[in-house]
Design a protein around this ligand. Sequence first.
Ligand code: FAD
Length: 429
Amino acid sequence: MYDVAVVGAGFAGVVAARDLSVEGYSVVVCEARDRVGGRTYSGEAFGRSVEFGGAYAHWTQPYVWRELKRYGIGLSAPMEIEKVHWLADGVVHSGTAAEYAGIGGPLIARYMADARARFPRPFDLAAADTGAIEEETLGDRLDSLNLSAYDRDVLDGMLAPLVCSYSRQGVAQFLLWAATTFGDWGAFLETAGAWPIEGGTARLLDAITGESKAELRLSTPVAAIEDDGAGITVTTRENDRIRARHAVVALPLNTLNAVTVTPPVTGPVRTMIEQKHPMTTSKLWVRVKGEIDPFAACAPVGKHPVNAARTESRHDGDTLLACFCSDASVINGDDRTAVQHALRAFVPGVEVVDTAWHDWVADPFSRGTWAHHRPGNLTRAVPRMREAHGRIRFAGGDIAAIGIGGIDGAIETGTEAARDIARALSDCG
Ligand SMILES: Cc1cc2nc3c(=O)[nH]c(=O)nc-3n(C[C@H](O)[C@H](O)[C@H](O)COP(=O)(O)OP(=O)(O)OC[C@H]3O[C@@H](n4cnc5c(N)ncnc54)[C@H](O)[C@@H]3O)c2cc1C
């Protein structure tokens, strides 16, 4: 009988396991993959390490920053971008970063204008007045602005790195994100997607698991988690049974349907698990020949196979680009010719040497990228899912409060689940 069983060893799971185990509780972690980190993955490509999943963090993200400081890890500075290329109204336009901000800034400000009014206290969803936006999609909001074809494409391209489906993503999550960065979208983008963790996410994960005293069982997919009132039984797909007093279930939302939870979750949480979140974007690394001039490029969703591209770093005389494709099924990331063709729309003559990516959508242990919730789920289901479910606590970036959809949120929920379980365990003596 362990004190706690943690299911899933992404950032949420490993932090919960560390916090509980260093407090002296016996903890076992069951992780399906042969590595920790989940949707963060410092893998090998081009003869170096690259981040296939979550990579960026920021000093204004409280939970991840605390972890980085705890282990003396910093952030790497992003590459300065001089030029921006944007596809709008069928033509690729180019300008300086300041010129682009001058065109797109007012549009995104209109899109997000009510962010702070809707979420005056972004850390407290119960205080939010979301009635009018519950069912609003990103697409509804875009339509409501009645923009010219050019302005609409500019705005669409700015949103595109975070959009997979305008009709299935709720506007509420965008507004919440914007509200966490003072209603300023530029600040949100810098916070969420500019500063990689120095040494990669694996370095932070190594530090956390190095301090943890939890027993880690890799390659151990879990099939069922049962709370019988007296304790928890975790049943692995190999039919091993593990008993614990409490459980932290730190699985991606889109994989929860494949695990039997007893007693079952009900109501809006059940619906959210069944619906899944709709994010099927892909992050594609591209090595291009030579040290090309730094640039960023963007294109509206559905109008180009690569919706965002940015020079990220130099490597052995070449340049690495980080790209985001709104729909992973539209372009085969392994097809260098197709990727080169797509990038040449922005930078004529660019030569693709190699590409690398991970298919998070086909991966049975993620079934999607970061969470962006469907209309209604952010405010109706997500807060409920963070509440205790008997002896089970759900955790993960997909259901975080202010850090929703990211590493910070994963750590937030792991920390809070561990704190609540430690309290429950100490109350029982
Ligand atoms: C391409 C991409 C780019 C991103 N970029 C950023 C970024 O720059 N910054 C940022 O903050 N966030 C980013 N994110 C989001 C961020 O990576 C995630 O929000 C965060 O890592 C989620 O952590 P988690 O612990 O909640 O879930 P996960 O990391 O998904 O961990 C869940 C774990 O559960 C395991 N699991 C699944 N099923 C089972 C099972 N049946 N039994 C046992 N174990 C199981 C999985 O293998 C996994 O290890 C990105 C995500 C992706 C995919």
